[in-house]
Design a protein. Structure first.
Length: 325
């Protein structure tokens, strides 16, 4: 099977931050972003923010733009982290706003059905807290789970993925790690909720992404993944492979070992780079990883691992990886 590559459509947008409040480039609509994504060599699918940015577009209009450049949709990401939800979506102290989040995500569910996408992506970036004593932790965690549970039970035909992240924009996010997210999902106990494991979120949260992937797979909950890279103190969303190639290689080794099948998806933010060039370069890197997996002496590796022989195991991995980079 040929490996499919994907990207968040925001990879092709322009950005604003708290310094360049005038933006890092001219604003683009989702249609402009789709056009750019279409220029990437081996991209098959995109994850699209909902509502669609930069104008009033119907699902049909978006579909036409995607068809033109031969792209499918892997996921829909409802924007439950914008101004209205600054005090939280699932955990907002105002039950009216919690309901608004529910309505918005329910609309996103319709878009998932329309595009025949694989999942609704939940990234509860504002669900959490900033200060000691700010929240009742029990209530906050219960609301985090209840909001997701309600959606998953109302839409049993769809999959929901939770993308955990340690912090930003909230200083502390309630779904902050693989273990905590799994605890929540298992407590909810529904089959259609899983994890989207973002390599960068895992490593700057102090995890080994390979170990996190194995854990999520063992619970049958790894539904999706994102790659990028960072310096391990923040979600820099840099070019995949630019900083931690050996760890990303181990992450993909775990996926392969478990026969995990899914899209290899880019979640990068080219603030100052050309977005098409950066996507192409990342996909080239991912193809090298794919080749390295084929070259890996798995038998020898497993033999070394059975003795926890770090030097031997690393040598085997390095040999396969560095000759392909
Ligand atoms: Fe991500
Ligand atoms: Fe991120």
């Amino acid at each position: 099977m040929k490996q499919k590559f994907g990207a968040g459509i925001w990879h092709f947008a322009t950005y604003v931050d708290r310094y360049a409040t005038d933006g890092y480039g001219e604003p683009r609509s989702v249609i402009d972003a789709i056009e750019l994504a279409g220029k990437v060599k081996d991209l098959s699918v995109v994850d699209i923010n909902f509502p669609f940015f930069g104008g009033n577009f119907t699902n049909e209009k978006i579909k036409a733009a995607l068809d033109k450049v031969n792209l499918g949709v892997v996921g829909i990401t409802p924007e439950i982290y914008t101004k209205e939800f600054r005090k939280g979506a699932f955990t907002n102290p105002d039950p009216g706003i919690r309901n608004r989040a529910h309505e918005l995500i329910t609309q996103a569910c319709e878009a998932v059905r329309f595009f025949n996408a694989s999942y609704v992506k939940l990234w509860p970036g504002q669900d959490g807290w900033d200060y000691p004593f700010q929240v009742d932790h029990g209530t906050l965690w219960k609301n985090s789970m209840d909001g997701v549970a309600r959606l998953a039970s109302e839409n049993p035909d769809l999959k929901f993925v939770i993308e955990y992240k340690p912090r930003e924009p909230r200083v502390k996010m309630s779904y902050d790690s693989v273990a905590r997210t799994l605890l929540g999902i298992e407590k909810i106990g529904l089959p259609n909720i899983g994890i989207l494991l973002d390599f960068g979120h895992a490593i700057y949260g102090g995890e080994s992404a390979a170990d996190s992937a194995q854990l999520a797979i063992d619970y049958g909950r790894l539904f999706g993944m994102d790659v990028n890279d960072n310096y391990r103190s923040w979600d820099d969303d840099l070019l995949a492979g630019s900083l931690h190639p050996i760890e990303i290689f181990e992450f993909f080794y775990v996926l392969q070992k478990n026969k995990w099948e899914g899209v290899w998806q880019l979640d990068q933010f080219p603030f100052r780079e050309d977005s098409v060039e950066m996507a192409n370069q990342a996909i080239d890197f991912l193809k090298s990883i794919n080749n390295a997996l084929n070259d890996l002496d798995v038998k020898a590796l497993q033999e070394a691992q059975s003795n926890h022989d770090a030097m031997k195991a690393l040598k085997i991995a390095q040999k396969a990886l560095y000759k392909n980079l």
